[in-house]
Design a protein around this ligand. Structure first.
Ligand code: S3P
Length: 435
């Protein structure tokens, strides 16, 4: 992809049906659990985006055989007992999920390793994971008390922990549960607000027993895993960009097939409905593992809304595109309780505010969110992606509702979670010409 991409459509409408790529969170976990288990796992619908490929490369370095054929992946693992210590550093790239979950996994393994990441990941906080892991007995060390990558991890014998989570973070919860799987005794994680539960669901698919009661998860250490067949549904966080576009643009109607509908991730659907978009869930399946189904989004006049509290973790990655949508809605949209946005791939509160303001939007950054006043007619302009895939995709969707072209600097970061993004965009815009 070129260093700059210009996106321009003249009064587009979005029509048709789309299967977005596999869920990023679930794809990571499928590779992780398959590599921990002994034997063969077959994954279908895997996301071959850059973040998940980092996870694949790491396990290959530990001695796991991973064969990819498009979105089908076959993993043959000797089991984590038999992993070999890597001769080179384990590189997590831009992926916070890879880094944080690997810290939990490697801490209780038998291998010694060094975990690194790119510039953005090396600035993201790791202490939220290393603090509970250290109290389980993990031997993780690095600069500044282990708050930042690179970190060295000497696999050791861990003890169970009873941990109250200070932030709603599935990455932290998952790191502790992975460590708990290999710890002596019981590990308990208590959340104040429930975060995405893909780790818990996938543990169960691989035969691990968990006790789940509201905000509390308990796991007994020393359980062994057997390979499984895993189906990865489409990523609702990727679909969200086109859901928002369909909601904003008059005459649009898009059907999303095979899209993940895990209730810990569907906050975007609630917000779309709250803002007045027409959203219909036409089918729902997968009651035993990860729920998925068919969702239809049709344009309707949008109204501002307030987004705060418990819903935030269920739509945390969708807030940049929701902010764009709010610029086209009548009235004020207030986003609160989302300070976590400041420690994502970039500071997403600052990035969204700065970039949308360049297009003429009325956006005010607050400490833990944004206030957006709409509707505003957006103009074209030159936008930064900050190397953050979700800011890059927000910029591209902004081009559908702006008067002039939008130039996106460094659009290749979109490959992190959605390599087919621009193809899918033209598919939905072009489908209209075939009416
Ligand atoms: C993820 C959890 C979320 C999310 C990220 C993926 C996961 O991060 O923003 O894109 O796969 O567990 P936090 O756990 O930091 O909230």
């Amino acid at each position: 992809m070129d260093a700059i991409k210009t996106v321009h459509y003249n009064k587009p409408k979005l029509k048709g049906s789309l299967r977005v790529p596999g869920d990023k969170s679930i794809s990571h976990r499928a590779i992780m659990l398959a590599s921990i288990a002994q034997g063969r796992t077959v994954v279908k619908g895997f996301l071959d985006g850059e973040d998940c490929l980092r996870t694949v490369e790491i396990f290959k370095r530990l001695g796991v055989s991973i064969e990819r054929n498009g979105t089908d992946v076959v993993i043959d693992s000797p089991g984590m007992e038999n992993w070999t210590s890597p001769t080179k550093e384990l590189y997590a790239g831009n992926s916070g999920t890879t880094a944080r979950l690997m810290l939990g996994i490697l801490s209780g393994s038998k291998v010694t390793s060094i975990l690194t990441g790119d510039d953005s990941l090396s600035k993201r906080p790791m202490k939220r994971v290393t603090t509970p892991l250290h109290s389980m007995g993990a031997a993780i060390s690095g600069k500044e008390g282990g708050d930042f990558l690179p970190l060295s991890i000497v696999g050791s014998t861990l003890e169970g922990i009873d941990y109250n989570m200070p932030v709603a973070s599935a990455q932290v919860k998952s790191a502790i549960l992975f460590a708990g799987l290999n710890a002596k005794g019981e590990t308990i994680v208590r959340e104040t607000t429930v975060s995405r539960d893909h780790t818990e669901r996938m543990f169960e698919q691989f035969g691990v027993k968990l006790e789940r009661d509201g905000n509390i998860v308990k796991i007994q250490g020393g359980q062994s895993l057997t390979g499984a067949n895993v189906k990865v549904p489409g990523d609702i966080s990727s679909a969200a960009f086109f859901m928002a576009a369909a909601a904003m643009i008059e005459g649009s109607e898009v059907q999303f097939v095979d899209v993940g509908l895990n209730p810990t991730r569907t906050g975007i659907i609630e917000v779309l409905q709250q803002m007045g978009a027409e959203v219909e869930i036409l089918e729902k399946h997968g009651e035993t593992g990860e729920p998925y189904g068919v969702v239809k989004v049709t344009h309707s006049r949008l109204e501002g809304t307030e987004i705060s509290g418990e819903i935030i973790p269920t739509l945390i990655d969708e807030l940049p595109i929701i902010a764009l949508m709010a610029t086209q809605a009548t009235g004020k949209t207030i986003i609160k309780d989302a300070a976590e946005l400041r420690v994502k791939e970039t500071d997403r509160i600052a990035a969204v505010t700065d970039e949308l303001t360049k297009l003429g939007a009325k956006v005010e950054a607050t400490e833990d969110g944004m206030i957006i006043e709409g509707p505003t007619a957006l103009v074209g302009g030159k936008l930064q992606s900050y190397g953050d895939h979700r800011i890059g995709m927000m910029a591209a969707i902004a081009a559908l509702v702006s008067d002039g072209p939008i130039e996106i600097k460094d659009p290749s970061c979109i490959n992190i979670s959605y390599p087919d993004f621009f193809d899918h965009l033209s598919h939905l815009v072009l489908a209209r010409n075939e009416e």
